[in-house]
Design a protein. Structure first.
Length: 85
């Protein structure tokens, strides 16, 4: 009985010292990947906005482009909030 308790305690200790840091590393890697995706999305929005802004004339088309830009920025903000949650 006492030997099985020692074995269980040893396994629990090994889990804490070996598996927990591995889990933390995996979660950090996933978060970093999500932040890279977010960075790429923001840079893509910036590039699209600069390109479309240079081609467009002011007026209705410009207003539509701003609405699309705002929607994409809102999606990026929501993605960031999802990463942080």
């Amino acid at each position: 009985m006492f030997a099985s308790l020692q074995c269980f305690t040893s396994l629990l200790g090994m889990g804490v010292f070996c598996f927990y840091p591995a889990l933390v590393n995996i979660l950090i890697a996933v978060a970093c990947t999500q932040f890279d995706k977010l960075k790429t999305a923001v840079l893509d929005i910036q590039q699209e906005h600069i390109t479309s802004h240079n081609r467009l004339e002011y007026g209705q088309v410009h207003t539509i482009a701003n609405c699309v830009l705002q929607a994409k920025l809102n999606a990026c903000i929501q993605h960031h909030q999802d990463i942080m949650a």
